[in-house]
Design a protein around this ligand. Structure first.
Ligand code: PAF
Length: 282
């Protein structure tokens, strides 16, 4: 596995692969890799001749009161995992390499970026869209892989790629869960042993909503309120629990058939997100 820190170096290597007619898959990450990331790599390897991963803790997607400084940086461990997983190139840029000294351009996907997580994390998705757009321009992959846990992020990236005619296919990969049901996340490392016992209840609340909807309940606000109460009683501070249309992430109504239930809640100092998809189409 090559490790490259510069855009010039990255482009040089990628160009030789491209000239040889090789297909390139890309897995962007913020590091602190877990089995969910390695699943993305596994899927990427099936789809291309070369796999590139990036590790970059992107400052522009963290709010002022968020955990940018505390975000776990585990570079050596990440390198070992990616090497063992068989990727060809790890792109590891510095913040200056990524943004230069005075970057003025922001990519913002309207509407989608202000719903759900966007409502309580203003600017977060602009930071994500901007860095992913930049990474796509640097790497120029044929295909890129993202986890379904970040469902809203995925919807925003798909929209950006379509609106800006970026020639990259976006593939989503199913959520990887602990045996407790807790969705794998780099932020799970913040949870103390007591919180780790409680955290799977977020997924349990989603499963309960899923079952109620499949059994015919159409009063989605009732389901949402029940889930919020359940989570509060379990010790969470819920941010939102919303039954949405999977297409545009707006609140679902009884006519929608492709649904996603999205949830975010704080447990202690850790913000957890998760979701579950439901198809009512017959
Ligand atoms: O999902 C993540 O890890 C990040 O949001 C991403 C896509 C790598 C952009 O920084």
């Amino acid at each position: 596995m090559q490790v490259i820190n510069t855009i010039v170096g990255l482009r040089k290597t990628v160009n030789t692969w491209r000239m040889a007619g090789e297909r390139i898959a890309f897995v962007p990450t913020m590091g602190n890799l877990h089995a969910g990331h390695l699943k993305l790599v596994e899927e990427a390897k099936k789809s291309a001749d070369r796999v590139i991963a990036s590790v970059f803790v992107n400052p522009t997607q963290f709010g002022v009161d968020e955990d940018f400084d505390a975000y776990p940086r585990t570079e050596e461990d990440d390198k070992q995992k990616l090497d063992a997983a068989g990727i060809d190139l790890l792109f590891l840029p510095s913040v200056t390499e990524m943004y230069g000294k005075d970057a003025k351009t922001v990519v913002s996907v309207k509407d989608l970026s202000t719903l759900c997580c966007g409502a309580s994390r203003p600017g977060h998705f602009d930071g994500v869209a901007t860095v992913v757009c930049k990474l796509f321009n640097m790497v120029q992959p044929n295909v890129a892989f993202f986890g379904q846990k970040d469902f809203q992020q995925l919807a925003i990236i798909r929209t950006m790629v379509s609106d800006l005619n970026i020639p990259v296919k976006i593939r989503s990969v199913e959520i990887v869960r602990e045996s407790s049901g807790l969705a794998m996340s780099s932020r799970n490392g913040y949870l103390n042993p007591d919180e780790l016992q409680v955290a799977p209840k977020l997924y349990q609340a989603l499963c309960a909503a899923h079952d109620e909807i499949l059994s015919g309940e159409k009063r989605y606000s009732v389901i949402e309120n029940e889930a919020v109460t359940y989570l509060q009683n379990a010790g969470f501070v819920p941010d939102y629990f919303s039954v949405c249309s999977a297409d545009d992430l707006h609140k679902a109504d009884e006519r929608d058939t492709d649904l996603v239930v999205l949830a975010a809640a704080k447990l202690g100092r850790t913000r957890l997100i998760d979701n579950i998809c439901i198809s009512l189409a017959r």
